[in-house]
Design a protein around this ligand. Structure first.
Ligand code: ATP
Ligand code: MG
Length: 598
């Protein structure tokens, strides 16, 4: 595989990126090598509380109730910022009582442990209460993204065998009622914030939940019992339903501590919606297990509004995504300068590769870099990360978490995989099994699940390489890699090179069939404000890419777009760019965000 020189991977850049922040709190992970050498999940498990009397492990107990017993009930657990200017706070004691009421309400309806509770609502306090309350009742929770239309909602609720749905009257009328006949197993709908319809089985939150008792004792819970059902983003095809268990909470807690440097005294903001795994693992569970304050913002992305939240709420740790970072970059670093963000200590990013430009822009705009980390719905928690106390190599995903072994493998024909982990060699990223938050299955897709494993390894479907210092570099998804004249080209490399150009806001790169070389590289580019598509700019970008990447890897064609197609979780859908370019079927579009939306 071709390996264009990486200008960012040098000592000088690393020095620039060394934390300039005088650490107000010592990092949780100081000595990476020593921690990895001594780390054992069994030891880390001692940081969990466990249900009283040896009753097993329940995520909601670890996230909420345990804090009350040690006098932290008065601390703010959730600080909610509504989109219409509303604002409310729930202390850990409030959250314990509210989630107890919800668990009692489910019990009162006769809902059994293991039955599926779906949530379809915006980021309202009731969503957080429902998720944790249902976990207390030992139900399986599946939060859906509230912007889904009726079809994606029905498909997932059908596939996941939804017994209860928690939603709002408006979402129920628009998104559930039209296809309700497809869901005969859906026995109860709980609607929050408004009058319930008079339909059978539809209950108003205030009649049912607020009226329930605030006392509830979580029944013994097996750490291996199913707790969460998360659908993948659908970037590469039809979304899969990944099954997670209560025991995953250990990884949520440990990884937040190490990879997000989260401390009990932090004010944490994860911008992801709980409809995606990040918004649940780190937008609900992880910060609460550590006793931190979790900021929940109902509104969608708006750069100025986000800077205001960071300033006003005195956010200390911020976890966001490359799409948002690229949108902020579009507006320039000066837009950040008027805000007092002096409390902000650590910034992290996940979901897509973070272009080196994004890391460096963090330094320019916020005076600190974004720390990229890598994981998937299937892994349940962060697996590879850039840590607070470690040098960043911009463009690298960082190093595996303590307790996680990552390697590079080659899939063998006829099954199995061979480890090919030499510095600089590209192959499929694989993780050694097991770890606590590893998925326990793909719902109704056993064969597909089995194909993710070879011997001791979980095969991620992503291509990567490791360098001599042990940092991992994302190359591309196995499905997106381009084969051209004997080279394997990762789209990320090409996109990152284009992003270095001052006119480029966003780039998506695909391969298109070519008789001579197999595939040629084609790029789709969205421009920053102030730049217009033109022949001259097209030539300039082609020339820039050729200079940076060499003729074999650089795109041969560039098309300008106002916006690139993305999933609702913000990932560029290269498969859709490709299908449209080649006139092929577009496949599952249930997670596509409207292309016109910025
Ligand atoms: P689907 O599996 O349905 O196609 P998806 O893979 O996008 O969707 P998620 O589980 O939400 O669904 O996303 C995980 C994937 O996102 C990873 O496998 C990887 O391709 C990409 N990803 C996440 N974080 C990073 C990162 N820091 N760098 C590079 N890629 C990342
Ligand atoms: Mg995936």
């Amino acid at each position: 595989m071709s390996k264009p020189a990486r200008v960012f991977d040098d000592a000088a850049t690393r020095r620039i990126c060394k934390k300039r922040d005088a650490q107000r709190l010592p990092p949780n992970l100081v000595d990476y090598a020593a921690t990895c050498a001594s780390f054992r999940w069994e030891d880390a498990a001692k940081q969990l509380d466990g249900l009283p009397g040896g009753g097993g492990l329940n995520i909601a107990h670890e996230a909420v109730d345990r804090h009350l017993a040690v006098g932290r009930g008065g601390r703010t657990a959730i600080r909610w910022i509504g989109k219409a200017g509303g604002r409310s706070e729930l202390t850990y004691a409030d959250l314990a009582a509210a989630t107890n009421r919800f668990a009692n309400a489910l019990q009162g309806l006769g809902v059994q442990p293991g039955e599926r509770v779906f949530a379809l609502m915006g980021r309202l306090p009731e969503l957080y209460i429902a998720v944790l309350g249902a976990l207390k009742a030992r139900c399986v929770v599946s939060p859906l993204f509230s912007a889904f239309g009726p079809e994606p909602v029905a498909t997932r609720a059908e596939m996941g065998d939804a017994r209860v749905l928690v939603t709002t009257p408006e979402l129920y009328a628009r998104k559930v009622q039209p296809l309700r006949e497809r869901l005969p197993g859906l026995k109860h709908v709980i609607v929050a914030g408004g009058p319930a319809s008079r339909e059978d089985g539809v209950h108003g939150w205030s009649d049912l939940v607020d009226a329930a008792s605030p006392d509830y004792v979580i029944a013994p819970t097996d750490a291996e019992s199913m707790a969460l059902l998360h659908f993948t983003s659908g970037t590469t095809g039809k979304p899969k339903g990944a099954v997670h268990v209560h025991g995953a909470v250990l990884a949520h807690m440990v990884t937040a501590r190490y990879a997000l440097d989260l401390h009990e005294e932090d004010i944490f903001w994860c911008t992801a919606d709980p409809g995606w795994v990040t918004g649940t693992s780190y937008g609900i569970v992880a910060p609460l297990t550590l006793g931190a304050t979790n900021v929940v913002v109902e509104a969608e992305f708006d750069a100025q509004a986000w800077y205001s939240v960071l300033e006003r709420e005195r956010v200390t740790v911020w976890y966001t995504a490359p799409t948002a970072i690229r949108m902020m970059m579009k507006l320039g670093a000066d837009a950040v300068k008027g805000y007092d963000l002096s409390t902000l200590r650590f910034m992290a990013s996940v979901g897509e590769p973070l272009n080196p430009e994004g890391v460096l822009w963090g330094l320019e705009a916020f005076g600190k870099p974004f720390h990229d980390n890598w994981w998937q719905t299937e892994t349940g928690g962060i697996m590879i990360a850039n840590y607070a106390a470690m040098d960043i190599k911009p463009g690298s995903m960082g190093k595996p978490l303590p307790g996680i072994t990552a390697t590079i493998v080659e899939r063998l024909e006829g099954g199995g995989a061979r480890v090919i982990d030499e510095p600089g060699v590209d192959g499929e990223l694989a993780l050694k099994t097991p770890w606590p938050s590893m998925m326990r299955g793909y719902l109704h897709e056993d064969e597909r699940y089995r194909k993710c494993f070879a011997g001791d390894w979980y095969l991620t479907g992503d291509l990567a390489r490791r360098d001599a210092d042990g940092y991992f570099w994302f190359v591309g998804r196995a499905d997106d890699v381009i084969k051209s004249a004997g080279h394997l080209i990762g789209p990320f490399e090409v996109e990152s090179a284009l992003m270095e150009h001052r006119a480029v806001a966003e780039a998506g790169v695909i391969g298109i069939p070519d008789e001579t070389v197999g595939e040629v590289v084609k790029a789709f580019v969205a421009l920053k404000p102030g730049f217009e598509p033109s022949e001259a700019l097209n030539r300039e970008l082609l020339g820039h890419a050729r200079k940076r990447l060499g003729a074999a890897v650089a795109p041969k064609q560039i098309d300008f777009r106002t916006n690139l197609p993305k999933t609702r979780s913000g990932k560029i859908m290269r498969r859709l760019l490709k299908a449209r370019e080649l006139g092929l079927p577009e496949g599952d579009l249930s997670t596509l965000e409207s292309d016109e939306k910025k």
